[in-house]
Ligand binder design. Structure first.
Ligand SMILES: CSC[C@H]1O[C@H](OP(=O)(O)O)[C@H](O)[C@@H]1O
Ligand SMILES: Nc1ncnc2[nH]cnc12
Length: 244
């Protein structure tokens, strides 16, 4: 297996169980707020990676940044460093009319525009649709575990992975909604595709940080998001370290 050339972590620095997030601030909040003996094992490119323990199990909380192509490099390198289970805990824009700010979407699969997200080149010369589904058993366990801890604010649904946050329009949001996707984010299609190619288990858990509804755009406050990240992060770590 190749060696990482971006993350500065070495052998033994990354746990088999990894929670990956887009925002380095979220990685720091989760690591300092939830892990015991958290140590920063890489901060190259501002992508903070912490390893510590939760309920006696070793856990890594890693930053993958914004967007599929960059995140793909981080997912690959985390795998090279020993990741066996990689769960993205991200934010998303809610598309479903049933969602409220702070709700949690557990991804049942991820769609994307043809050729986007940085994973198409894995398919070789002739473009094909890569399977962009999470590990089904891991996902079912996370959905059940989060539902029992967070109540009715957890849904299981497919999501859209977009490459262009500032090009999202009400028309695009309406189209994604009409195709059955509950929320939009930017990296899960890439994560799910690569997980089957590289042989690790993946899942996606998304906090709804904004709503893209026909009646308008709404965004969660930074304070409320930070509070919810830790609440959902704690529940997720309880589920993952409890054995799923
Ligand atoms: C809000 S900019 C888009 C950014 O947010 C989402 O996830 P995360 O909060 O983990 O960074 C999205 O997938 C993008 O990474
Ligand atoms: N509207 C949105 N699009 C993509 N990623 C997001 N993360 C949070 N909100 C998002």
């Amino acid at each position: 297996m190749r060696k990482p050339v971006h993350l500065e972590a070495g052998p033994g620095d990354v746990a088999p169980l990894v929670v990956a997030v887009g925002d380095p601030g979220r990685a720091e909040r989760l690591a300092t707020g939830l892990l015991e003996d958290a140590r920063l094992v890489s901060s190259a490119r501002g992508l903070k990676v912490y390893t510590g323990s939760f309920n006696g199990s070793e856990v890594t909380i890693a930053t993958h940044g914004i967007g599929g192509p960059s995140a793909a490099v981080v997912f690959e390198e985390l795998r090279m460093l020993g990741a066996e289970v990689l769960v993205r805990l991200g934010t998303s824009g809610g598309l479903s009319k049933d969602l409220r700010l702070g709700d949690v979407v557990v991804a049942a699969g991820a769609g994307c525009y043809w050729g986007s997200g940085g994973s198409i080149q894995y398919a070789g010369e002739r473009p094909m649709c890569l399977p962009a589904s999470p590990d089904p058993i891991l996902t079912a366990g996370i959905y059940r575990g989060l539902s029992s801890r967070l109540g009715d604010r957890v849904v299981l649904a497919p999501v859209m992975s977009s490459d262009a946050f500032y090009a999202e329009t009400p028309e695009a949001a309406g189209r994604w909604r009409s195709l059955g996707m509950a929320a939009v984010e930017m990296e899960l299609h890439t994560l799910f595709s690569i997980s089957w190619i590289r042989g690790f288990r993946s899942a996606g858990v998304l906090i709804v940080s904004d709503l893209l509804l026909p009646e308008g755009f709404k965004r969660i406050t930074p304070g409320e998001l930070a509070r919810r990240e830790v609440e959902v992060g704690r529940a997720l770590l309880e589920v993952l370290t409890g054995g799923v």
